[in-house]
Design a protein around this ligand. Sequence first.
Ligand SMILES: Nc1nc2c(ncn2[C@@H]2O[C@H](COP(=O)(O)OP(=O)(O)OP(=O)(O)O)[C@@H](O)[C@H]2O)c(=O)[nH]1
Ligand SMILES: [Mg+2]
Length: 355
Amino acid sequence: MKASQPRVLHRAVLMDPLTHAELDVALVARMPGPASYTGEDVVELSCHGNPVLLGQVVRLLVASGARLAEPGEFTRRAYLNGRLDLVQVEAVAELIGARTERAVRLAARQLRGALSGEVTTVRDRLIDLVAGLEVALDFAEEEIGMSRCEALKGARDLMASLARLVSDARHGRAVQDGLSVMLAGAPNVGKSSMLNALLGTERAIVSATPGTTRDLVEGAVVMRGVPVRVIDGAGLGTPRDAIDAEGMRRARQALAESDLVVVVLDMSRAISPADDEILALTARSQRLVVANKSDLPSPWDHGVAADCACSALTGAGVAEVAERLTRWVDTRTTIDGDEGGIVASLRVLERLVGK
Ligand SMILES: Nc1nc2c(ncn2[C@@H]2O[C@H](COP(=O)(O)OP(=O)(O)OP(=O)(O)O)[C@@H](O)[C@H]2O)c(=O)[nH]1
Ligand SMILES: [Mg+2]
């Protein structure tokens, strides 16, 4: 193996050293440090992807003196040997956990050092600013170094760069972690029908009996490359029994924790006190008010109380609801239509906002 050309794949027949039984025809590459992932000497074996075979190969290697890596050990070694910085190490975790192509793209950019590069630029500018000011203070008579005016402008520019970095990082987190949308409304307005229409599957039970949904029911959709959880729960109103009350408590909690509330109204009947209560409860939340059952005659004009109208039963207008949700996802994950370039970990984000 030592004699083999480094960083070139070689074909190798793997054999059980005791029985000499052939296990697999594999590919093997030798990557000598320091130009390897961990910075140490590494040998990579690529076997056929059968779990039984892989288990057998690993067992034989361990019997011959190797040991299993601990979780994250390769990346830890890469960090300790200066091959990756801490932000890139976090990017490895983000990459492994990414659930959409967009999240993969973002984590890959960070792994290549995008965030580290931005932070280094800010740091260099800060050092320039401090150095310029120190010179100005030390040689106050001679008018060299940085003027107060220049320093103030430099500091303001830096603050603006940091603010952009923080908002970019917040957007990045939304892409990585996903967003949640809660369907809220009085009993029987068509929340479960709306969930099913948005997901395109019969996920939740729909019935003409008010109080059908008790537990939270949810499904996932991808909008603009962002995973979005759509959650349906019990209708909010006066509970008929203890189970109803518990269902409503769960729905209220999910409503408080969600990123967006879709308030569903039934436009085939007059606005009820329960509707008013939900509208008041969500007045300060990010919300979209949808008038459902637009296929039925209505006693009111939906334009007054709602952002849009649809029929979850016939499907009319549901595309517009989805379009509005997509636009909201855009506002949470892009800056002026730009996808943004970083997904900072919560640790980095907290450091950036100075918590
Ligand atoms: N005509 C019409 N009927 C609808 C529409 N959406 C839902 N319904 C009907 O309204 C009734 C209640 O629908 P659900 O989706 O179960 O309503 P919900 O808000 O989830 O009700 P709860 O879970 O009891 O709070 C069912 O009979 C549905 O078929 C619609 O757009 N038009
Ligand atoms: Mg329901």
